[in-house]
Design a protein around this ligand. Sequence first.
Ligand code: ADP
Length: 373
Amino acid sequence: MTTELMTSAITLTSVTKSYSTTAPAALHGVNLDILPGTSTAIVGPSGSGKSTILRIIAGLEDANGGRVRLSGRDVTALLPEQRGISMVFQRPLLFPHLTVLDNVAFADRAAGVSRAQAREQAREHLEMVQMGTFASRSPQSLSGGQQQRVAVARALAAKPSVLLLDEPFSALDPGLKDEMHAMIASIRAAVNPTILFVTHDRDEASAMAERIVVLENGQLLQHDTVDHVFHQPASLAVARLLGGKNAFAGVVDNGVHHSAIGAVAIDAHVASGPATLVFRHEAVTASLRLTGSPSSDAGLTAAHPDAAACQRLGPRELRGTVTAAVQRGPRRELVVRVGDADVHTEAAPGNLLSVGDPVTVSLPCEALWTVPA
Ligand code: ADP
């Protein structure tokens, strides 16, 4: 079946939400389509409406306008328990008086399944989150990460068509988060639920999802693949929200962008006119420029007056001087002064660059993108 014909797992149509008549709306006419079996992250600043979207899909909050459909079925007026959805919150919210196993068996028991059968299925779900050996323990005896694994097992035990997670791992240590991401990957391989989750962590978004929804002030700014939201943002706002540090306002003329960093050959198909050049600092590298080569010609040497396709011109190069250097694990982040502008980049492997070093910054064609000015 092609994706065009596939019924979306989640469809929001013009969903609007206001919590009060005095405050600005939390969501402004949000439209969203999530395909079955995909994992999608919602990112955006605090207060942008991320949790509100999840809560409206789950039925924990009513929208003021618009429709919610799950697998094509309009569930806007249905109660949470009628929607076939499970939700995991930042805190595990396990029942303290039940064992780990009975916490996971709870939904089946409430649905009238026999104790033996509910426990058997619970055991399978505990195995799925690598907690099988903890079945008879009480939740209080588990670490935070283990409790969250149990909460995920409990959510899966309800066999939801859609699994919603609201900042599920944000309270955990970085190392534990990696383990949780691996757990989600193995769950996806085993039962392939549709996953929609909120995170404020860009790395987590890309580790757990193949698509990202970017929200700001209750507006959906972009819904796209991970690669596109990072490298081909729909707007300067998206680039900034995803941690993009390089943005140079300027003008495109015949496939060449002109700005404070000079002339940069971009894709020849980009229309002429005002545009802001953006590129990720992780996608461009600086190397030591050998003394003796000219150092004063800030700006681009590869720009070509009638630049055809970007690729034909090869990598672009800027010349500048390092003004700041910060080591982050194995990576070395730099600020390079190019003309009157600061370019954020990383040191090429083997280049132990420091403040004052003359450098060449290479701009690969694929890293360059323009957004509306
Ligand atoms: P996020 O998850 O992106 O931080 P939320 O969806 O929690 O954002 O909130 C969006 C907006 O709605 C914020 O301005 C927030 O203050 C407001 N809001 C959220 N929940 C409530 C509530 N129960 N009552 C009143 N205002 C709320």
